[in-house]
Unconditional design. Structure first.
Length: 311
């Protein structure tokens, strides 16, 4: 169901219903929020067609942050969007104009073969088409204001987008992950994402608090789609952020010899306990299949945070 002209686009990154982008339609004009990878471009253009829009009808591509599952396809997509401007956080803009450091960093982590398979070629966006969204920047989509606010915690170059028309936030990764496979009769299950390399627990909690101050009715997550019951989910996020920080510190102090494995195992146990309490329909193996990659990335992010915190 499409509400308030907001279309969910499955970018088809990694698996179905894992990575979403959004198309906001207002009076015959469109704004994309995030775009997936190079391989996602056909899905983005198909969403325009489904909404009755042409590529020239898109005024904005708004990136919550420049991690490649959100922004890797921006340069390629912008080549199709003749009238669009790219709206991006000031810390992220240089990486869209010249993505060489972004490519080098990701290639060092994933290797060239995986970079090609998962992300494709990362293309630059011409500087004159880039709009730098400072905290409080408002985009005007056919008279529909879209407010960008600075929301560090997951990344220092992250903003969220407030749509007053729907009383909703487009949260990127600030409001965590919530996969529909884990829904139960109790609603959605949410988990923070602390993936490398800029996790900051205090900043993340402050950013979530700022989102809540607008009294939103819904959150549109990248991973994955629209969630409501915002106050309950926020309380769950606050509780888990504190618990994950404690897990990291305990594993660091344990002297086990394999801190990363200690964190992965503890996070896995935490996720399974929450899934059982939530009465998820999947068994333990199914829960870990859905969350396994995120648990691994969260453990890496917590490790980087521990080492930075010590310095």
């Amino acid at each position: 169901m499409i509400e308030h002209g907001i279309h969910t686009i499955d970018t088809a990154f990694q698996r179905d219903h894992f990575d979403a982008a959004y198309l906001i339609v207002q009076d015959g004009l469109g704004a994309f929020v995030d775009c997936g990878t190079n391989h996602s471009v056909p899905n983005m253009l198909a969403a325009l067609d489904d909404a009755g829009l042409a590529p020239a009808d898109v005024d904005f591509l708004m990136l919550t942050h420049v991690h490649l599952d959100h922004a890797g396809g921006a340069g390629a997509l912008m080549r199709h969007l003749s009238n669009a401007r790219l709206v991006v956080h000031p810390r992220g803009a240089p990486h869209m104009i010249d993505p060489s450091r972004l490519i080098a960093g990701a290639t060092a982590v994933y290797g060239e073969e995986e970079m090609s398979r998962s992300y494709g070629e990362i293309l630059a966006v011409p500087e004159e088409r880039v709009v730098i969204a400072e905290d409080g920047h408002t985009v005007d989509l056919a008279g529909r204001p879209l407010l960008c606010i600075d929301t560090p915690g997951h990344a220092r170059h992250h903003y969220c987008i407030w749509d007053a028309r729907s009383r909703s936030w487009f949260t990127g990764d600030t409001f965590g992950l919530s996969y529909r496979e884990l829904d139960s009769d109790n609603g959605a299950l949410v988990m923070p994402t602390t993936s490398p390399v800029q996790f900051d627990p205090d900043a993340l909690k402050s950013s979530i608090t700022r989102l809540l101050s607008f009294e939103p009715e819904a959150m549109y997550l990248t991973h994955y789609d629209r969630v409501t019951d915002v106050q309950r989910l926020a309380a769950d996020l606050f509780e888990q952020i504190d618990a994950m920080v404690q897990v990291a510190r305990d594993c660091d102090a344990s002297g086990s010899g394999d801190r990363h494995r200690c964190i992965v195992d503890a996070l896995s146990a935490m996720c399974l306990a929450r899934a059982r309490a939530h009465e998820c329909r999947l068994d333990d193996a199914g829960v870990l299949q859905v969350l396994g990659m995120d648990i691994e990335l969260n453990a890496q992010g917590l490790g980087v945070w521990l080492d930075r915190d010590k310095r």
